[in-house]
Write a protein that binds this ligand. Structure first.
Ligand code: AMP
Ligand code: ZN
Length: 113
């Protein structure tokens, strides 16, 4: 997808802080984090949203969740817990139309001011 920002990131055409990558999935830091840990877990195949997942994408969706679990471990928040969120469509708050899972966490060990 020519103009998709996440496709550009996975083609390394625009910079990002990549923290995990395998054959099917990439994960990088969200540009404007809404949590102490805020990563985006993204399939390398361009699928616009959950509404656009096809039967043939079943395996990719599984890979996406396994990668999210692995990334939580890498980020050191697997045991304390975290949130996975997927916004679907404009009404669901989706801004980038390339399927992605938000991995949010790290609140437990944040120092209170
Ligand atoms: P959503 O609203 O679910 O579509 O989430 C899109 C997310 O992508 C937002 O949290 C943005 O902060 C994030 N984002 C947009 N552009 C970039 C970028 N170039 N690098 C990293 N994160 C981005
Ligand atoms: Zn894309």
């Amino acid at each position: 997808m020519e103009n998709c920002v996440f496709c550009k990131i996975l083609r390394k055409e625009i910079p990002s802080e990549i923290i995990y990558e395998n054959k099917k999935v990439i994960a990088f830091k969200d540009l404007s984090p809404k949590a102490p840990v805020h990563l985006l877990v993204v399939p390398k195949k361009h699928i616009a949203s959950v509404n656009d997942i096809k039967e043939e994408d079943k395996e990719i969706v599984g890979e996406l969740f396994l990668a999210a679990r692995n990334v939580a471990k890498i980020a050191g928040i697997q045991d304390e817990g975290y949130k996975l969120a997927i916004n679907v469509g404009e009404g669901g708050g989706q801004e980038v139309f390339h399927l992605h899972v938000h991995l949010l966490g790290g609140w437990k060990n944040v120092k209170k001011l």
